[in-house]
Design a protein around this ligand. Structure first.
Ligand code: AMP
Length: 423
């Protein structure tokens, strides 16, 4: 067995190697294009925040806050945590930077890593990347539908197939307390048959019993009262309109009465997007009309969602998503001798400034080895600069297919190559 390296990456975290970068880049390009189109402004927040922001924002009884936070004390004794999600930090930034005074709705998007101390397993990491969109200052249900549409569009533009949108409403402070009471009464009457986690959830946050995946809890859940039957008029109307908008923009969705999401701050609409072949959500979010106030701002309706980039990449791989063709490097620059090598360095820079891709192998001195490399990358042309050419200020252009060679002045080669590449 190979010896373990002295240092290894932290458990549940991974390096993004050069061959993986194209996935991140592709997602970034599509997300930022869509963000531009819908007029979202990009925001970055610090990777660490005061820990209280998360315990207050996400909720003390949530798994994220109870078990998954990476917390640290600074030398100055501040209690900070690595961000486990972006919404609370973005809300903090909205309040702290007085963004309420800007024209509303205020739309923000982000792209960056998050940290959760979870048990690592496939598609569940301790450092994972998210992108997300948040809209502040608008309570109209059209926003909820637009947020869902944006995520659906992004996943579609990434050419992902078999997407399933699940939506639900979890009501607000008018109707949810009564529903939670009903639900708690119902589950309490069947508590003996619930799994250990659900017994705990029943005391801490009864809604979470609804998203339990344990086999033995399923039949009990199936008989539970459903929130959609207990929404107040306002929440009912809001949800109806969200669904009408989704119908209008032809986004297929399933109503999922068990969808409650793991964070406390949601009101009214919640949604998640899955791929048919996977159990883990690709994206999730919803409306959170109370959070700005909870975190110290003025009451401001808001709605948003985030997607997990590693999960999207894993699906892109399993669905063998094709990438647009990369521009090929058609020219290889070969050099022979020390003067030629020096001149080649300069010539390469001139090609870069002219925005023409050129490959090289300056570390190699043998012409044969360099030509091998030119063959390998399937270069159409090889430029050969030997000692004699370097002295005379000329260079050889070799057409790799026909083997034909042309000698040109060194200071004309860029022009010549531009013409040839145009053909
Ligand atoms: P959440 O707000 O927890 O639903 O997270 C939003 C999205 O982030 C999820 O739908 C996942 O795609 C992704 N995500 C959350 N936790 C993890 C994790 N531990 N590893 C990878 N992706 C995650």
């Amino acid at each position: 067995m190979a010896k373990k390296p002295k240092f290894q990456r932290p458990r549940g975290m991974h390096d993004v190697l050069p061959e993986e970068q194209k996935y991140y880049q592709r997602i970034y390009d599509i997300v930022s294009n869509i963000a531009d189109f819908y007029e979202f402004g990009k925001i970055d927040t610090p990777i660490v925040e005061e820990i209280g922001l998360f315990s207050k924002g996400i909720g003390l009884a949530t798994d994220i806050v109870k078990k998954q936070m990476y917390s640290l004390k600074t030398r100055g004794a501040d209690s900070l945590a690595l961000r486990p999600e972006w919404t609370a930090p973005v809300v903090r930034a909205y309040i702290e930077n007085g963004m309420r005074n800007l024209p509303q709705p205020l739309k923000l998007w982000y792209f960056g890593p998050c940290y959760r101390y979870e048990r690592p397993q496939s598609d569940r990491y301790r450092q994972f990347w998210q992108f997300g969109f948040e809209v502040f200052g608008e309570q109209n249900p059209v926003i909820d539908a637009q947020i869902i549409q944006i995520f659906y569009n992004i996943l579609q533009e990434l050419k992902l197939k078999n997407l399933i949108v699940e939506v639900n409403s979890i009501g607000d402070s008018n109707c949810r307390p009564y529903y939670k009471k009903l639900l708690a009464n119902y589950f309490r009457s069947r508590e003996v048959s619930l799994c250990v986690d659900c017994k705990r959830r029943l005391r801490e946050n009864v809604l979470r019993v609804l998203d339990c995946k344990e086999e033995k809890c399923q039949p009990i859940k199936a008989e539970a009262p459903q929130i959609l039957d207990h929404l107040c008029d306002e929440c009912h109307e809001h949800f109806k309109e969200v669904l009408e908008f989704l119908d209008e923009i032809e986004i297929p969705y399933n109503l999922n009465p068990y969808l409650v999401r793991g964070l406390d701050y949601y009101t009214k609409t919640v949604f998640e997007i899955f791929a048919a072949e996977g159990n883990n959500a690709l994206a999730g979010g919803g409306r959170y009309d109370k959070l700005v106030k909870v975190l110290g701002g003025r009451e401001t309706p808001a709605c948003g969602a985030a997607a997990g980039i590693e999960r999207i990449i894993s699906l892109m791989k399993s669905q063998e998503v094709k990438f647009p063709k990369e521009p090929e490097t058609q020219i290889f620059l070969a050099q022979l001798g020390s003067l030629a090598k020096r001149k080649s360095l300069k010539l390469l820079e001139d090609f870069r400034k002219a925005k023409i891709r050129v490959a090289e192998s300056f570390g190699r001195d043998s012409l044969k080895a360099q030509l091998n490399r030119a063959d390998k990358i399937k270069a159409k042309y090889t430029l050969i600069l030997g000692q004699k050419e370097a002295l005379e200020g000329i260079i050889i252009i070799r057409d790799m297919q026909s083997g034909k060679q042309e000698i040109v002045a060194l200071d004309k080669v860029i022009q010549k190559m531009k013409k040839r590449l145009k053909k």
